[in-house]
Design a protein around this ligand. Structure first.
Ligand SMILES: C[S@@+](CC[C@H](N)C(=O)[O-])C[C@H]1O[C@@H](n2cnc3c(N)ncnc32)[C@H](O)[C@@H]1O
Length: 278
């Protein structure tokens, strides 16, 4: 039996991203930036673009929505904004570390369910269920069934996330359900699609910015630390390289070869905004 891992590596990645964004960019959001209205692709504009994304979602909330289940609420920043606007919000947050962050941010204004959406249960019916860049982490059937189960008749599901538009899995960019599988499964449900908007081009600059940060900051840091380790602890480093060679090579291929570009994102992904009614 494999070793039980208490902390999920994706959650740890999100948590690291959050502290990094918070300190350097003054942003607590964990979603992509929405570079609309000619906003230049510049790291200094990422926080503004992330706020644009949040504002765009808020502008699309139907006027008869009062209660929202925010699934995969990240840092809780978006939930906090919804609360400030007068919505009644509950959150679903599976990770231990991020959930603590959410609780600190929203206090007792929102109930925070510390579980995966697949394990969430309640008799409560919300006006809207929201998946803002959390959709890709959850099996699609659970999402669509959950819409039926946790939202009142005539209520809504908002999904904003990217899909793989890459049937042969050629891209080194990870994440996203296959778009074709999504449209196939969606066709089996009776939900009404009120809006669908392709925002791939407006979100792709985020990848160029993250790529720039990786190439120009994280990669040099990584190389320096590795060289320092080899100089000071040659035997330990020799062991690490021998034991984890395949993992290190995979990680370097994925993050440091410069292939995570906005152009590749446009070629291999499809970032979609949807609003459904049941
Ligand atoms: C990229 S962040 C998006 C955060 C936030 N919604 C936003 O727009 O800034 C992805 C979120 O999905 C959550 N998540 C991952 N797997 C999940 C699951 N199975 N059920 C519910 N949430 C999940 C993560 O904990 C994280 O909060």
């Amino acid at each position: 039996m494999g070793k039980v891992q208490k902390i999920d590596s994706k959650e740890a990645g999100l948590e690291i991203g959050l502290y990094f964004f918070k300190y350097f960019l003054k942003s607590e959001y964990l979603h992509y930036g929405y570079f609309n209205n000619g906003l230049p692709t510049d790291i200094q504009n990422l926080a503004k673009a992330q706020q644009n994304y949040a504002d765009f979602l808020i502008s699309q909330i139907p006027s008869d929505v009062k209660s929202i289940l925010d699934v995969g609420c990240g840092s809780g920043k978006f939930a906090q904004q919804l609360l400030d606007k007068g919505y009644e919000v509950e959150c679903v947050s599976p990770g231990t570390l991020l959930t603590q962050y959410v609780k600190n941010l929203v206090g007792n204004r929102s109930e925070v369910h510390n579980c995966k959406f697949e394990d969430y249960n309640s008799n409560k019916k919300f006006d809207m269920i929201l998946f803002s860049e959390s959709f890709q982490y959850i099996p699609m059937k659970d999402t669509l069934d959950g819409f039926q189960k946790f939202v009142r008749k005539g209520g809504y599901m908002m999904v904003c996330d990217f899909f793989k538009n890459d049937p042969d899995n050629k891209s080194l960019l990870g994440g996203g359900h296959q778009y074709k599988e999504w449209t196939d499964i969606l066709a089996k449900y009776p939900y009404k699609m009120l809006a669908d908007k392709d925002i791939t081009k407006e979100t792709a600059p985020t990848i160029d910015l993250v790529n720039g940060m990786t190439q120009e900051v994280i990669f040099p840091l990584w190389k320096t630390l590795f060289a320092l380790g080899e100089d000071r602890f040659p035997l330990v480093m020799k062991f690490i390289k021998w034991k984890y060679q395949a993992k290190i090579e995979k990680m370097e291929r994925k993050h440091f070869t410069g292939s995570r570009t906005g152009e590749n994102f446009i070629n291999y992904k499809k970032y979609m905004f949807y609003l459904f009614q049941n």
